[in-house]
Design a protein around this ligand. Structure first.
Ligand code: ATP
Ligand code: MG
Length: 416
């Protein structure tokens, strides 16, 4: 097994997937884990809850060394994965008293009586190993079929991810059931199109695999990876390529981050500099503060925000003079400056940010088109104002505004 490439296939079970009601997240997530172990993923198969279809699916991918299924382990009539697997193996299911005891314990902790239908989940196949599920009632099942590994996992990601980490990966590692490992680094590059980036990276050394992943929120995620036997060598090659890429981006003054989300990076920068920020937001409707408070511990760096959507609320709550709004318009650099300074006073923060803009699809004029955004960052009693003209629908314009604000905040904090 060692020198041959180890293969795996993933079967996601559930008629809801085929009907388009849920998006199959499990296949891509599990693949990511397997690829890191150097396992070659051959097939993603989505199949209905029908027993015959399930058996056919097991037959289709029987050349794979590893098979992982998700879904269909619940207590209801349409949960058939175990039954189909037993039939495929030509084995009988039996009622497992120990498993039933464990299930009862789970309900006892929740202070509920166990429903009879859960008995179905205590059915087991002789010779299998149970995979504990700490976040639900559906236990998983591991079966070694003449050296082939089968893992049956429940459908919900919040249940199967811990099982994957705690059991599946350990099992694969312990059996040396892995191929050449993959070493990967990720960087996120902002404010640049894919073809422009390709031009910049044209002459980069091609020792590593460079994958472009387009994300909707205005950045390109670049995955630099290499697979091979010698981990130290892989790391060295990938890190060297990454440095080369970063140098090129630095020369062009292009903003990038390591594999952080911008809100996390902003949080770290604020914490590092012991500063607090407050936000006067119009165009994003509170989404900026919502992004900030996604990060645990944000109360240390964030004092508050005001969504001053109407002119009246700008005047009454943020104390912007009516004359300024009249003279410059609500979407203007001047108003964003006033908002930044005043919100800082309202919330007594070290930094204030004021954001105005037109998210569309209506409300644009020739002079002030949809996508026009002004924002100001007030820091150490100085104002830094920015004008942006974003293209896209309402959602994209809002997301680009947030990214742009966070990037300029991060840059200013880096300078100090
Ligand atoms: P349960 O005991 O929760 O019913 P189960 O193993 O029977 O678990 P399913 O009934 O197939 O799992 O799916 C339960 C839920 O898990 C789905 O409604 C969906 O929210 C989620 N889920 C299932 N399969 C996937 C998948 N491939 N990708 C993302 N989510 C999934
Ligand atoms: Mg179910």
């Amino acid at each position: 097994m060692n020198d041959r490439q180890v293969t795996a296939s993933i079967i996601t079970v559930g008629s809801e997937i085929l009907k388009g009601k849920i998006i199959d997240f499990n296949s891509s997530n599990i693949s990511n884990y397997l690829i890191k172990l150097g396992i070659n993923v051959k097939y993603h198969l989505s199949v209905s809850d029908n027993i015959l279809d399930l058996i056919r699916a097991f037959k289709k991918i029987e050349k794979s060394d590893i098979v992982i299924t998700t879904g269909g382990l619940g207590p209801t009539d349409d949960d058939n994965t175990k039954k189909a697997f037993a039939e495929y193996l030509n084995k009988k299911l039996f009622f497992d008293e120990n498993l039933w005891k464990e299930l009862k314990k789970y309900y006892f902790i929740k202070r509920e009586n166990i429903p009879e239908s859960n008995k179905k989940q205590a059915m087991n196949i002789k010779g299998s190993e149970i995979i504990e599920n700490k976040n639900g009632t559906a236990p998983g099942l591991f079966y070694n079929y003449n050296g082939k590994y089968y893992f049956l996992l429940p459908g919900p990601p919040r249940e199967n991810i811990p099982m994957l980490k705690k059991f599946v990966i350990k099992k694969l590692k312990s059996k040396k059931y892995t191929g050449n490992p993959l070493y990967e680094k990720i960087i996120k590059i902002y404010g640049l199109g894919e073809s422009n980036l390709a031009d910049i990276l044209k002459n980069i050394n091609k020792n590593c695999e460079i994958g472009y992943y387009f994300k909707r929120e205005g950045f390109i995620e670049l995955h630099i990876s290499k697979q091979g036997k010698n981990y130290t060598q892989l790391k060295e090659m990938v890190d060297r390529t990454l440095e080369e890429i970063k140098n090129k981006l630095d020369k062009k003054k292009i903003f990038y981050t390591d594999n952080y989300n911008l809100n996390k990076l902003l949080f770290l920068k604020l914490k590092e500099s012991s500063r607090t920020v407050s936000i006067a937001d119009t165009i994003c409707g509170g989404k900026i503060s919502s992004k900030i408070v996604e990060i645990p511990g944000s109360s240390k760096v964030f004092t508050g925000s005001i969504v001053a959507y109407s002119n009246n609320s700008k005047i009454e709550i943020l104390d912007i003079s009516q004359e300024i709004i009249k003279e410059h318009g609500a979407v203007s650099e001047k108003v964003s400056r006033e908002m930044a300074a005043n919100v800082r006073n309202v919330f007594d923060s070290d930094i204030g940010a004021g954001i105005t803009g037109i998210a569309g699809p209506n409300g644009g004029t020739e002079e002030k088109p949809v996508g026009l955004v002004y924002f100001t960052i007030n820091i150490d009693d100085k104002n830094y104002s920015f004008k942006r003209e974003f293209i896209g629908d309402r959602k994209r314009i809002i997301n680009k505004t947030i990214n742009s604000l966070f990037i300029e905040l991060i840059k200013l904090l880096d300078k100090k």
